[in-house]
Ligand binder design. Structure first.
Ligand code: SF4
Length: 391
């Protein structure tokens, strides 16, 4: 993306899928739905003169509805779904000894790609939970379509992401079509969304605040912080704590300060009623190796593992600093966007993914329970070693 902006001759043109979305919206045979990723809401405003970190969630919902989307969903909802599945996986491995530790997050497709090429000795450590983008798509084409008596073949899912790699994720494996349809049909980056808004002629700043559609729209504070480095870890720990103890964290204990901030590698120990969980968070792919090497060294020597749970995001700062976000990113801009997400978390009535009322409903009505047969079929994936160089 940055190359396209800086190419002196204009020979490198940024991929632009905006026209695909215009065509879909004009097609009477398509039932167009849309989802918006956590980090988009605190960065889009920069294209319209708002300071970085301004949370425009409700204006984006209103815009999507004006544009003709029949249902407006939120990736924050499915971030909660990813967390419920992933925290359950963590408990299976950590408490019941079923599966490899440390568990490693897999929701960043650039990281997943890098792992399959370079760090595939960690394949069994990867969470099999799909990313929030894919989970939202598959729920729209199964549960939502069924509930609203819509032909799933007509549901067309547009996804607004901070990320160019999310375009590639749509075709990553056959599991990205687990329902028989592509989970998601097209991805627009935040910059492409800004173009869509400008082309629409709609006065974005004058739009009122509106809510997302039910169901697949409601989110918890844990879902929204997915967009910042450390956020997935923090969200997962809040839920894992509940699964292990049967109690929710309260007060300041809800905020896991040790995994927040822009330091390249963050480490923390979380006390779950006497049991210590050791975690590491790396962002920026250059920071990953040191973390993985610590695990490799411990394995070789048969020593205790340095970590039980690792979060990795390819982009410095996490998705708020993604390759599809408005240009001009500095650490100061990253900090402001991150502050926007943590403010959203603080303001949420519900701070835990497992307490999201729509998440509870979707399990009661459709998925049964985390890691159920149906959840595995629709919400999980697998990984394959794809070494770049053969020895
Ligand atoms: Fe995409 Fe970057 Fe987020 Fe990974 S960290 S999902 S590459 S925006």
């Amino acid at each position: 993306g940055q190359c396209a902006a800086h190419c002196p001759t204009g020979a490198i043109v940024e991929r632009d899928d905006v026209s695909i979305v215009w065509d879909a919206l004009a097609d009477p045979d398509k039932y167009c739905t849309v989802q918006i990723a956590p980090s988009v809401r605190v960065a889009l405003g920069e294209e319209f003169g708002y300071p970085p970190g301004t949370n425009l969630t409700k204006k984006i919902y209103a815009f999507m509805r004006r544009l003709g989307f029949k249902a407006v969903f939120d990736t924050n909802f499915s971030a909660d779904l990813t967390i419920v599945e992933e925290a359950s996986e963590f408990v299976e491995r950590f408490v019941h000894g079923k599966g490899e530790l440390p568990l490693i997050t897999s929701c960043c497709p650039s990281w997943t790609d890098f792992m399959e090429k370079k760090h595939y000795d960690f394949i069994d450590n990867f969470s099999t939970a799909k990313s929030p983008q894919q989970m939202l798509g598959v729920m729209a084409k199964t549960y939502f379509a069924k509930k609203n008596k819509i032909d799933p073949a007509k549901v067309y899912q547009v996804s607004i992401m901070p990320c160019t790699a999310k375009k590639y994720e749509l075709e990553r494996t056959d599991e990205m079509m687990a329902s028989g349809f592509h989970d998601v049909d097209v991805v627009l980056t935040t910059r492409e969304l800004a173009r869509l808004i400008k082309q629409s002629g709609i006065d974005f700043k004058a739009l009122p605040d509106e809510d997302a559609d039910s169901i697949l729209g409601e989110y918890s504070g844990a879902g929204t912080i997915f967009g910042a480095t450390g956020g997935v870890m923090e969200a997962a720990l809040r839920t894992a704590y509940f699964y292990v103890t049967g109690e929710n964290l309260t007060g300041k204990a809800i905020d896991f300060e040790s995994v927040r901030g822009l330091q390249g590698v963050k480490e923390g120990t979380i006390d779950i009623k006497g049991t210590k969980v050791r975690v590491a968070v790396a962002h920026g792919l250059g920071n990953v190796e040191a973390v993985l090497n610590k695990v490799r060294a411990a394995r070789e020597k048969g020593e205790e593992l340095p970590y039980h749970f690792i979060e990795v995001m390819a982009c410095p700062g996490g998705c708020i600093g993604g390759g599809g976000q408005p240009y001009g990113v500095s650490d100061e801009v990253r900090r402001q966007r991150i502050a926007g997400l943590y403010a959203d978390d603080r303001d949420c009535a519900v701070r835990f993914s497992h307490e999201n009322p729509e998440i509870k409903r979707i399990y009661a009505e459709f998925l049964e329970k985390p890691l159920s047969h149906r959840a595995h079929e629709l919400l999980h994936t697998n990984y394959t070693p794809r070494p770049l160089y053969k020895n």
